[in-house]
Every structure is written in structure tokens, then in C-alpha cells.
Design a binder for this molecule. Structure first.
Ligand SMILES: C[S@@+](CC[C@H](N)C(=O)[O-])C[C@H]1O[C@@H](n2cnc3c(N)ncnc32)[C@H](O)[C@@H]1O
Length: 402
């Protein structure tokens, strides 16, 4: 039986119900807020300082794109962080800024708010995702959040909003249009499976390239990721204005080889059990592969250097521990309100399923997919310590368009 390189598109579970991505994405939300947030805040401070020196600062709207908004729960909180950013005045930032300005001289304009922030009312915020995303849920959310709700009527998104369907492996915006583009917990999704995945028996008994997968499988994934990452960086380089910020947060293989394998491990274990006890034909397992790859820092550094379009402001891996503090309520800003909050083990079967369910059910059909989900719940309950580690690393990348 041939495996297919064309698989259901990697969209998240839609809607607002208990199985939805919105209800089961606190792991990704926490990773952004607690691990990436402080790094992004520094980059935003730097970005605002650069804007202060840009001659067109007050002449046009600030255009910000969230590339991969899913149904909006985390995307809106991430956009809020940007809308509340303030210019930093740290000595280190000043020094960095001076070196950037020396390499590309600009004329300072004083047309800037006295507190160094920009006015969110001048912002156009674009939310983007794949065409198969649940757009109804996302559009409703960004509409309501930009209008304000509740007794106080204060909008979470005090800016203009718009939606842009499409893959981030294609052009989404005109030339030099964006001031800031961010892509959180999404760039590990590849544009496609490696072409080699079409060969029968390419990755038998597995759905991914982790945990001792054959060398040729790991290598094919790595090659596809290199092609995709270069394409992504070049596309965004065309869309960003000079001085524009590109922010990426994605799961990573850190230099010590650390990798969060919870995701693939629970899925593969459940799938193998079902094929071994005859509940599911092996074909379903052998013909499915996850279209994602976690790069290393040097993979990303090499791609950025080769693109030649960016100055690197931050490029680092932050390790996740066994537990992470839980984000408290909607809209808590990154790095704020962390101390004293409850801690919870991450992630859970529900987190994994909210990400992978549309792809699995698109491949096997809903009934077989449900069997797989039930088996995942059973084996997680049997051996929680095996899966409930939450180890691994996220990579935080802040790049300025030259
Ligand atoms: C795990 S969600 C992240 C959502 C949100 N940024 C967050 O932090 O929770 C990944 C998103 O990437 C989108 N995605 C995956 N591959 C993509 C591609 N090639 N182009 C655009 N979006 C893609 C999926 O549809 C999904 O909404």
C-alpha cells in the first residue's frame, strides 16, 4: 500500500466546544506567554525605538500580521501583547539601536507619542490561517474583541481587524506592507510531507521522525524543513518594510537533543496497540505521517544567514520544565501575573487531540479516529508519567528586516 504525501491540511479542531483547540491550547498559550513573552517584549521595545527614527512613522497605519491564528483564543492574547508594547529605554537596547542606525543611517523624527508607545487606533491587525481553518469562530471572536464587550465595553483589540486566508508558504501581503509579522506555534508545520513519503514502506510503524526513526526519514524531514524555512523567510522579507519585525516561536530540538516527544509518542503508542490487537489495519498507520518538524537553532541560524534579509535580534531556545505556571484568565499579558499562579502538568491527551484530530479523522475516518482517541486516553491513564513530562524546548526568534 502506498502512503500519500497529500494528507488532510494541518488545521486545528474548530468550534468552541470542550474538544476544540480554543479550549485545549493553554499549553501553546503558556509557552508563548511565559517562555517567549519576555523575549518578544524586548524585541518590541527595540522595534518601537526603530520606528521612532522612521520618517514615515505617522503617515500611515501600522500593519501587524498574526500568521496562524487558528480560532483566536491565543492569537488575540498575543496581539494584545503587541498592542500594549512600550518603548524600552534599557542601556543595552540603546547600544544595539545605535549599532543598527550606524549600519543603516536614518533621520530621527520626533513625531511619536510622549510615552514612546504607538496609538493602537492606527493599527490594522491581520489574522491569517489556512483556508480549511474554522473561520466562522475566528471572525466572530476578532469582531467582538475589536468592538468591546462586557460592562466596561473596553475592546481587547482596540484596532482595525481583518482576516487573510492562505498558507504562510505563499505571498499573503503586498511588497513592503507589514510593520510586524508574528508566527506562534505554527512554523513547525511543513508545506507538505517530504516527497520520499510517497514511497511504500517509507516510515513503517511510525507517524513521525522522532524516537529512533530511520536515518533516511529524519533526513528527508530535515531537507523539507530547510526548503520550507527558506521560502518562508524570503516571502516575509518581501512583505516586511525595512525595520519591520519578524517574530517566530516554535517547538525546537535544543542543542542537547532535547525534544518534546509527548505529542508523537502517545499517538504512535496508541496506534501500535490498535494494530497489534487487530482493531485497526496496519495500512492506516503506515500511510500516515505528521507533516511537522522541530528544527535546531543552527537550522534556523543557517536559513536566516542565507536569506541575507534580516538582522538577528534574538535567536534562542528556552527549555520547558515538567510543569509550567498556568495562564490566569484571558488576556493576561506575557510575563505578568505569573508568580503564585497554580501549576498544572502539561500537555494532556485533549491538547494533543485538539491539534491532530482533523488530520487523523480526515485520514482514517471519524470512527477509526475515535478508537484511536479512546486508546490514547486509556494508555495515558495507565502510564501518566511516561507522557506527562512536558519536556523539550521552544525556539524564540526576533528578526529585523534590513
Ligand atoms: C498550533 S496552531 C497555533 C495557533 C496559535 N498561533 C497559537 O499560538 O495557539 C498552528 C496553526 O498553524 C496553522 N498552519 C499549519 N500549517 C500552515 C501553513 N502551511 N500555512 C498556514 N497556516 C498553517 C494551522 O491551521 C493552525 O491554526
Amino acid at each position: 500500500m502506498h502512503s500519500s504525501a497529500v494528507q488532510p491540511s494541518p488545521v486545528m479542531t474548530g468550534g468552541a466546544g470542550p474538544a476544540s483547540y480554543d479550549e485545549n491550547s493553554s499549553f501553546q498559550g503558556n509557552a508563548f506567554a511565559l517562555l517567549g513573552g519576555p523575549i518578544l517584549k524586548r524585541a518590541l521595545g527595540h522595534w518601537l525605538q526603530l520606528r521612532r527614527w522612521s520618517p514615515q512613522t505617522k503617515e500611515r497605519a501600522v500593519c501587524i500580521a498574526d500568521l496562524r491564528s487558528a480560532t483566536g483564543e491565543n492569537a488575540v492574547a498575543q496581539m494584545e501583547l503587541v498592542l500594549h508594547c512600550q518603548e524600552t529605554t534599557g542601556l543595552e537596547e540603546e547600544k544595539e539601536l545605535q549599532s543598527v542606525l550606524q549600519s543603516s543611517p536614518r533621520k530621527r523624527t520626533d513625531a511619536f507619542d510622549s510615552d514612546g508607545a504607538f496609538d493602537p487606533r492606527t493599527v490594522m491587525a491581520f489574522f491569517s490561517d489556512l483556508p480549511d481553518n474554522d473561520w466562522g469562530t475566528l471572525l466572530r471572536r476578532i469582531y467582538i474583541d475589536s468592538r468591546g464587550s462586557g460592562a466596561a465595553g473596553i475592546p481587547r483589540l482596540p484596532c482595525h481587524v481583518a482576516a487573510v486566508p492562505g498558507s504562510f508558504y505563499e505571498r499573503l501581503f503586498p511588497d513592503a506592507f507589514l510593520d510586524l509579522a508574528m508566527c506562534n506555534a505554527a512554523l513547525h508545520w511543513l508545506s507538505r510531507l517530504p516527497p520520499e513519503a510517497e514511497e511504500p514502506g517509507w516510515n513503517p510503524g511510525r507517524v513521525w521522525c522522532t524516537r529512533g526513526a530511520p536515518e533516511h526519514v529524519e533526513e528527508a524531514y530535515r531537507r523539507q524543513q530547510a526548503v520550507d524555512l527558506r521560502a518562508f523567510l524570503n516571502l516575509r522579507a518581501a512583505e516586511l518594510r525595512p525595520g519591520g519585525l519578524l517574530w517566530l516561536l516554535l517547538p525546537a530540538k535544543d542543542e542537547s537533543g532535547g525534544l518534546s516527544t509527548t505529542f508523537g509518542r502517545i499517538l504512535e503508542d496508541a496506534w501500535r496497540e490498535l494494530t497489534q490487537d487487530g482493531s485497526l489495519d496496519t495500512h492506516w498507520l503506515d500511510s500516515f505521517n505528521i507533516q511537522a518538524y522541530f528544527p535546531t537553532l543552527s537550522d534556523v541560524r543557517q536559513a536566516v544567514t542565507e536569506s541575507g534579509a534580516y538582522d538577528i535580534h534574538a535567536l534562542e531556545c528556552v527549555r520547558m520544565s515538567g510543569t509550567m505556571p498556568l495562564r490566569t484568565g484571558r488576556g493576561t499579558l506575557a510575563g505578568d501575573d505569573v508568580q503564585g499562579t497554580p501549576r498544572l502538568p502539561l500537555p494532556s491527551v485533549a491538547h494533543v487531540w485538539a491539534v491532530i484530530q482533523p488530520q487523523i479523522c480526515g485520514h482514517t475516518g471519524t470512527e477509526r479516529g475515535s478508537r484511536l482517541y479512546e486508546r490514547m486516553c486509556e494508555i495515558w491513564a495507565r502510564e501518566p508519567d511516561k507522557y506527562n513530562r512536558g519536556t523539550g524546548a521552544v525556539m524564540c526568534v526576533a528578526l529585523f528586516r534590513k
